[in-house]
Design a protein around this ligand. Structure first.
Ligand SMILES: Cc1cc2nc3c(=O)[nH]c(=O)nc-3n(C[C@H](O)[C@H](O)[C@H](O)COP(=O)(O)O)c2cc1C
Ligand SMILES: Nc1ncnc2c1ncn2[C@@H]1O[C@H](COP(=O)(O)OP(=O)(O)OP(=O)(O)O)[C@@H](O)[C@H]1O
Length: 154
């Protein structure tokens, strides 16, 4: 995506937002963040708070540590701690052109678009694809990495 003109004619960089838990970073995360980065000039990532990770086990690592690791990935311009009670607070601050959902994220694209419109946010919603494993035994899921740790070290 290229820079767009605002009302004053200045060239503003376009912004994409990606989001997730990012506990024990793996190449599937890097694939998602590279795809999301290719959709705009800047990539901002919102890192979920443990309290909002309700559909799986609590993250092992603290939110600030997960944020710092995500921000060290080349594709990422800025990583933000998520809001604990309202997921639209960081979105209003970042004001993205596109929100990129992960290939398996449970959020519904149409419902998210409606919620953005209700808040007066003009933002597209897109979805990234999965990373295909490069070799046998490539573990592309935090849950499966933790299962492996428990099998081998538990
Ligand atoms: C547009 C958007 C914004 C989000 N913002 C936040 C946020 O501010 N705080 C938070 O804890 N979770 C936020 N989330 C939720 C998590 O990123 C995520 O969906 C979930 O809690 C973690 O599960 P996952 O890693 O399997 O996606 C947001 C999700 C979306 C789609
Ligand atoms: N293999 C993968 N290919 C592409 N995207 C991925 C892959 N694994 C995770 N992602 C994306 O990264 C984001 C954050 O993922 P998350 O932190 O939930 O990790 P996860 O490895 O999918 O966790 P778990 O397997 O424990 O549910 C999500 O949007 C997810 O879709």
């Amino acid at each position: 995506m290229s820079g767009g003109d605002d009302a004053t004619g200045a060239d503003e960089p376009t912004r994409a937002v990606a989001q997730g838990t990012f506990d024990l970073v793996h190449p599937g995360h890097v694939h998602y963040l590279r795809e999301a980065a290719a959709m705009a000039d800047e990539l901002h990532v919102i890192v979920a708070r443990s309290a909002n990770v309700s559909h799986k086990a609590d993250p092992v690592l603290a939110a600030r540590q997960r944020r710092d690791v995500v921000e060290s990935i080349d594709a990422v311009d800025e990583a933000h701690l998520g809001n604990e009670s309202d997921i639209f607070v960081p979105i209003e601050r970042i004001d993205p052109d596109v929100i990129v959902l992960g290939y398996d994220q449970h959020h519904d694209e149409a419902a998210l678009s409606d919620a953005l419109a209700d808040r007066g946010l003009d933002c597209e919603v897109d979805r990234a694809g999965p990373r295909e494993p490069k070799y046998d035994d490539e573990l592309l899921s935090t849950g499966r990495i933790i299962d492996r740790i428990l099998e081998r070290r538990g």
